[in-house]
Design a protein around this ligand. Structure first.
Ligand SMILES: [Ca+2]
Ligand SMILES: [Ca+2]
Length: 324
């Protein structure tokens, strides 16, 4: 199925195509699948590539096999090559996610989906591709893998989900390995800072043992609350040993974040500057950054050793108007 998409007027003129190599409305079963999908719609040739700066890929539907226990996309993955910017291997559930790809001169950008037909899985993908001109207001700043244009919105890590990764039920990670990207937010006129907060108490689990803290979503059926109260009040244990999911007690910062973490540059909490910008663990304290441009960085390492059932994050951002 090939669809055409016209950018809204404020975005200027774009050429786009949707690619799928499928026989039934973007729905591809493992029997039908072939290892590589290469997409270059003929309509793209109608546009002078000299004016093309970026591709924006919107995953209207994206369901591939989950990563392995290290978070590596070893069975199925989407690959984007030939661009000036790096798009990480992506797999799992990424419907409604998007990425930007910078053109590298006249080098063609190749988009492929590689699947392992020995692994039975109901794979689906439907990807909208927009070709964005150099002078388009749609263009993202260089190096941004994702770009949000609203005064407020929600940013979700790739393959975020509240169900366990069935390929690795003991570890259960849903995080992608080897990520190193920026999520940029367009600064709205009259707005001077940006606030980041977890979307709910379960929505920031990026490092450590999430499973022992979470008895409701993925988790082990172990009740820690009573034990935690005793330890904190009577034995005064370190908060790093025992914490509450989604609270400041479960938040980890600074040099203690060595594996997977987000970076919020030059942050402050309720007007008080923090002296760290790395945040991980199982809770994120709401914080504000005035550093321009507005960027959230996401870093993951190559494994999940010592980490249990991390889901990633859903973070809400809100731009804050300048003081008058
Ligand atoms: Ca992790
Ligand atoms: Ca990791």
């Amino acid at each position: 199925m090939v669809q055409f998409f016209h950018c809204s007027a404020w975005c200027g003129s774009l050429i786009l195509s949707v690619l799928e190599r499928t026989t039934s409305m973007g729905h591809v079963s493992h029997e039908e699948n072939v290892p590589i999908m290469l997409v270059q719609h003929p309509e793209l040739a109608l546009m002078d590539l000299a004016f093309a700066a970026y591709l924006r890929l919107d995953f209207l539907d994206f369901s591939l096999a989950q990563p392995n226990s290290s978070g590596v996309c070893d069975l199925d993955f989407l690959l984007v090559s030939g661009g000036a910017s790096t798009v990480p291997r992506l797999c799992g559930e990424n419907t409604n996610q998007h990425v930007y790809v910078d053109f590298n001169g006249a080098t063609p950008i190749t988009i492929s989906i590689d699947t392992n037909t020995n692994f039975a899985f109901d794979r689906r993908w439907n990807i909208r591709i927009q070709q964005i001109e150099c002078d388009s207001p749609c263009r993202a700043p260089n190096g941004c893998l994702q770009y949000y244009k609203g005064v407020s919105d929600t940013v979700t890590s790739f393959n975020y989900g509240t169900t366990v990764n069935t390929r690795a039920p003991l570890i259960g990670t849903r995080q992608m390995a080897n990520l190193n990207y920026g999520v940029c937010v367009r600064m709205a006129l009259g707005y001077c800072s940006i606030q980041w907060s977890q979307s709910d108490t379960l929505s920031f689990t990026v490092s450590g043992d999430t499973g022992s803290l979470d008895t409701t979503v993925i988790g082990r059926k172990i009740k820690f609350i009573f034990t935690i109260d005793i330890i904190i009040s009577e034995l005064n244990f370190s908060y790093r040993a025992i914490h509450f999911l989604g609270t400041d007690l479960a938040a980890v910062t600074g040099t203690d974040c060595t594996k997977d973490f987000v970076i919020i540059p030059n942050p402050s909490i309720n007007g008080t500057a923090e002296n760290v910008d790395r945040f991980c663990g199982n809770g994120l304290v709401t914080k504000t950054s005035s550093l321009k441009p507005f960027v959230l960085y996401v870093v993951t390492d190559g494994d999940e050793i010592g980490e249990i059932q991390n889901r990633g994050f859903i973070l809400d951002y809100t731009q804050i108007a300048c003081a008058v």
